[in-house]
Design a protein. Structure first.
Length: 558
């Protein structure tokens, strides 16, 4: 009955707003003399254009129904450092790459039907890092700054509190494995970096990525580095797919000139070889790959391995715009989904677009926006390869950054350029994008603000150009504001409103039936489709009481 009333409302609004107007001419660009130079599609200057757009959105919203299926599969995308300002700037950047004005562009995850806001602070820090946030959105437990996979009872850098299993916070990856699902992780950072480490590691110090980083007294006590935990301990050794950078953290530090990659490990262990031995002992097919060509061979193979380890760089993977012979995030996601989709029980996949964050830390706005666009492509690929009826995709960020978009630029103004409508009170131009703090100072040695238009790096769109910042620092910091959460698939409606970041894995686990608290579709049995039925019974809803209203609305439109 509510659905019928909604349809009548839309029909009535359509008549009132005059949606059925003559067909709109194709957009043409006309010079607007107020914000100069700014080119506005002619149709956008008419009120009916925006009313029609609003009605289209309303119709789409009214068609939405709650998807309360069991989520057989779950994919969590994290854009490291992808603040709301980054989303807006990347959206505009993406549109301008396609020669559009830019502002009207939409990133793939912005099309998801439900959105919320997550609060990102650590329990001891107002502005978080990627370690405490990874623990939050992967284990469901908030913790201290610099700590991964442990609760707040630990002291950062303390081996004793790390070894106490009562402090351990298992991840949703482990929850999924315990229910018989397959699990994978994909990142553009080192696979031992803070965000992916939240999937498998328990460490009181995020920087203990290999044994060379761990104090000798901690090694003596039995504290293991993050790379060791990934390969040798559960749940990491059970992951079917592991792809990213960070090869050096798994390899020994040797001086043999015949060795292509010199690792950092001082214990002599080659963890890639240990990974191989573990899979041989399991009698499982497996493959270790190191470049894009090898990944494509796996993708095109009719006989996929059961386990895949891809380490494409010694350090973090290269920025997309600088990369050679390494796969894109989109390609890694496609291979991961192809492999994990073989699981009859379902899967959980964690994907991180990690270099958005690194670009921001160096105030490299161009690279940060491009990495965000690449991240959006990976989300699009995942959406195309899965079914919203049984796969829940959640897209979010771990924390924000200090980048802002400001200054009253004209519509369509180059997002990476200076504001075209005004200068500062000092009559100097300024960029639309800037940072509250960061590597590039905005004040010169003469005490005056730097004229960015005198920089050849800026004028040539050099990828290494650092955008101006108010407070000069060696590295730009994170921001403390909330991050957006976008959801599509079963139980997507749970992700609305504002909530603590640690709620995210609990919502996903509920949708995927990984918790003790089960919804009725966890023991799914096919049911006959309902057509115009009430929620309480299978009695058909009579349309007779609405006949007069329907005729009245139709008459209004004539």
């Amino acid at each position: 009955m509510a659905r019928v009333r909604d349809l009548l409302l839309v029909l009535a609004l359509t008549c009132v707003t005059g949606e059925e107007v003559a067909s709109t001419p194709k957009p043409i660009k006309v010079l607007d003399t107020i914000m100069n130079p700014s080119y506005i599609p002619a149709e956008e200057k008419h009120g009916f254009y925006w009313k029609k757009s609003a009605i289209t959105t309303l119709k789409s919203k009214l068609k939405e129904t709650k998807n309360v299926n069991k989520a057989k599969n779950g994919i969590l995308f994290i854009g490291d450092g992808m603040s709301v300002a980054t989303v807006m700037a990347a959206r505009t950047f993406s549109g301008q790459l396609e020669r559009g004005l830019g502002e009207e562009s939409v990133l793939e995850f912005e099309k998801f039907p439900f959105t919320g806001l997550a609060r990102t602070y650590c329990i001891d820090a107002q502005v978080p890092d990627s370690a405490c946030t990874a623990t939050s959105y992967l284990t469901g437990v908030k913790t201290k700054y610099g700590v991964i996979g442990l609760d707040g009872n630990v002291t950062r850098g303390s081996c004793h509190s790390q070894l106490h299993r009562g402090n351990w916070a298992p991840s949703i990856g482990q929850w999924a494995l315990e229910q018989g699902l397959d699990v994978g992780l994909v990142t553009t950072t080192r696979i031992t970096h803070a965000s992916p480490a939240g999937m498998y590691a328990h460490t009181s110090e995020r920087n203990w990525e290999c044994d060379a980083d761990v104090p000798k007294e901690c090694l003596t006590l039995g504290c293991r580095d993050i790379a060791y935990q990934l390969v040798m301990d559960n749940p990491g050794r059970q992951f079917k797919v592991i792809m990213g950078g960070g090869r050096r953290e798994l390899l020994p530090n040797v001086s043999d000139p015949l060795v292509k990659t010199v690792g950092r490990r001082l214990d002599g262990l080659d963890l890639t070889e240990m990974w191989h031995v573990d899979k041989v002992n399991k009698n499982a097919t497996h493959q270790y790959i190191t470049d894009r060509n090898e990944l494509m061979k796996v993708f095109n193979s009719d006989d996929l391995p059961e386990y895949l380890l891809g380490l494409f760089k010694d350090d973090h993977m290269d920025y997309h715009l600088k990369a050679k012979d390494q796969p894109t995030l989109e390609e890694m996601v496609e291979v991961a989904i192809k492999m994990l989709s073989r699981s009859k029980r379902g899967y959980f996949l964690f994907v991180e677009g990690g270099r958005i964050d690194h670009a921001h830390h160096d105030s490299l706005a161009h690279l940060a926006l491009d990495e965000t666009v690449e991240y959006s492509k990976a989300v699009k690929k995942a959406k195309l390869l899965t079914n919203a009826e049984d796969t829940l995709i959640v897209v979010s960020s771990d924390h924000a950054h200090t980048m802002t978009v400001a200054g009253y630029p004209s519509r369509g103004n180059d997002i990476l350029s200076t504001v075209d409508t005004a200068t500062g009170d000092d009559r100097m131009p300024y960029t639309t994008i800037s940072y509250a703090n960061g590597k590039a100072a905005s004040i010169g040695a003469d005490g005056k603000r730097i004229d960015v238009t005198l920089s050849q790096q800026f004028l040539n769109r050099d990828l290494e150009y650092s955008y101006p910042s108010l407070v000069p620092l060696d590295s730009e910091t994170h921001g403390g504001e909330d991050v957006a959460v976008f959801a599509s698939g079963p139980w997507e409606h749970l992700f609305t409103s504002s909530y603590e970041q640690n709620v995210v894995p609990h919502l996903m686990a509920y949708a995927m039936c990984l918790t003790e608290d089960k919804h009725e579709q966890c023991n799914y049995t096919p049911r006959k489709p309902k057509f115009w039925t009430s929620s309480a019974s299978t009695t058909r809803v009579s349309l007779v009481p609405y006949a007069l209203s329907i005729l009245t609305v139709i008459t209004m439109c004539l």
